[in-house]
Design a protein around this ligand. Structure first.
Ligand SMILES: Cc1cc2nc3c(=O)[nH]c(=O)nc-3n(C[C@H](O)[C@H](O)[C@H](O)COP(=O)(O)OP(=O)(O)OC[C@H]3O[C@@H](n4cnc5c(N)ncnc54)[C@H](O)[C@@H]3O)c2cc1C
Length: 398
């Protein structure tokens, strides 16, 4: 039996173990540095309330991915959910993405319409050079300042949005919606596990076929050319390696550490049955508050209690949650990926160093890699872009 090592037991590592074990053809070892599987998607409990680190609902445009996961962790549709963003200057909550109904509520709507008219009449035929230009040229200065400028600066801890030269990832990249305020894109499946322990059972199912499941274990050294890895003091040889961890940790920091944004999560129980309006699952804050988003977990979990739990996400330097969409960091990641030999695959958010990789992408990549391994298409030279699995269906929806 060919031997496969999977590094990291987050959603990506687990899904890869699952996809490979369904073939029944490999001896799989999975190493996970912490004492549990699932990382931020794992459900924990606080005062009885189930919660994850941030929202972590399942969003996809691909029915197959939904059907796959739903088979193991039955899910309930939550596509009625809406997001709002608070604009302190107007003391108003607007829908996200904005719609013309929102603009109607704005005190400076006339100036906004003038800016939008101007954009329509004089569209720039120059490609925007940075995130700020991109936004101003699509929604005008006033709306950019209200909902994008400070949110992005806070989210990435930068002083100036001009540092972002690419912006396909920009979560609020949707233009102003023509439709009604709060209408959700009905092509997207949005769902959440019915069970109060969320996706946790999936992680157990996914690793059932793993021969060596090593929790509390980190890889100690890698000989990339020989695909030999030191684990618990001994070198083991593998035929394939699938890594969901940052590629600089694999190659050794020869080009410097890849940068990530971290997050702190503040959990607060409030003495009321629910605190968000109907169908609002989370709120964005685009002003000087130190947090970016608040989630009311009950909305997803349907947990019954006289209290409610909210989670505030605060940008920090703690943890590797968000690979930076900065050109220099993306190029650095590519240089690391270029060092990887045949039969070494990078998956998941940190493995690919792509911010836009979500839960559905992790599953899609896992089946793609399992298929490649099965066909052993790339036993010899493996082009870099194939190491760095695409996020096929990601919509930058987080
Ligand atoms: C705050 C937040 C909210 C999100 N919300 C959503 C959402 O609502 N919907 C959605 O679809 N996606 C969401 N995402 C994205 C999605 O959850 C992630 O893309 C996905 O969980 C990534 O899984 P992963 O396995 O690639 O990475 P991770 O979850 O980071 O897992 C990597 C694992 O590797 C382990 N590890 C690290 N180093 C080593 C080592 N040296 N040796 C062994 N193990 C190691 C870690 O302990 C961890 O368990 C969110 C992401 C964040 C940060």
């Amino acid at each position: 039996m060919k031997k496969v090592l999977i590094i990291g037991g987050g959603f990506a590592g687990c899904a890869n173990a699952h996809a490979l074990s369904l073939t029944g053809e490999y001896e799989i070892t999975l190493v996970e540095k912490s004492n549990q599987l699932g990382a931020g998607v794992r459900t924990h409990f606080w005062g009885g309330h189930p919660y994850t680190f941030g929202p972590r609902h399942f969003l996809t445009k691909d029915q197959k991915l939904y059907d796959f996961l739903n088979k193991y962790v039955p899910m309930r549709d939550c596509s009625e959910h809406k997001y709002l963003t608070y604009v302190e200057k107007d003391d108003q909550f607007y829908s996200m993405p904005l719609s013309y109904d929102d603009i109607e509520l704005m005190p400076d709507k006339q100036q906004i319409y003038n800016e939008l008219d101007d954009i329509k009449k004089n569209p720039s035929n120059q490609k925007p050079e940075n995130l700020e230009d991109f936004w101003i040229s699509s929604i005008g200065k006033i709306l950019y300042k209200k909902v994008v400028e400070n949110y992005n600066k806070k989210m990435w801890m930068v002083d100036d949005n001009k540092v972002f030269k690419s912006f396909g990832w920009s979560t609020k990249g949707d233009p102003i919606k023509k439709g009604k305020r709060d209408a959700f894109d009905n092509e997207v499946i949005s769902a959440y596990p019915i069970s109060l322990d969320g996706y946790n059972k999936y992680f157990d199912i996914a690793v059932k076929g793993v021969k060596h499941l090593l929790l509390n274990t980190s890889i100690e050294e890698i000989n990339l050319n020989k695909l030999e890895v030191k684990i618990k003091g001994e070198f083991h040889k593998f035929d394939f390696i699938i890594s969901s961890i940052s590629p600089d940790e694999i190659v050794g920091n020869i080009y410097g550490e890849l940068k990530y944004m971290g997050r702190d999560l503040l959990k607060i129980v409030l003495p009321m049955k629910e605190c968000f309006p109907k169908d609002i699952y989370f709120l964005y804050y685009a002003n000087e508050e130190i947090f970016t988003r608040i989630v009311e977990y009950k909305r997803f979990t349907k947990y019954e209690s006289n209290n409610t739990l909210i989670g505030l996400e605060i940008p920090s330097k703690k943890g590797k949650y968000y690979p930076l969409p900065l050109e220099e960091e993306q190029n650095k990641a590519m240089k690391y990926h270029n060092h990887l030999p045949a039969n070494f695959f990078c998956v998941g958010r940190n493995g690919t160093y792509r911010y836009s990789v979500d839960i559905d992408d992790c599953i899609e990549q896992a089946f793609f890699v399992a298929d490649l391994i099965k066909k052993s298409k790339w036993e010899n030279a493996v082009p870099m872009e194939k190491h760095r699995m695409k996020n096929f269906s990601s919509m930058g929806k987080e």
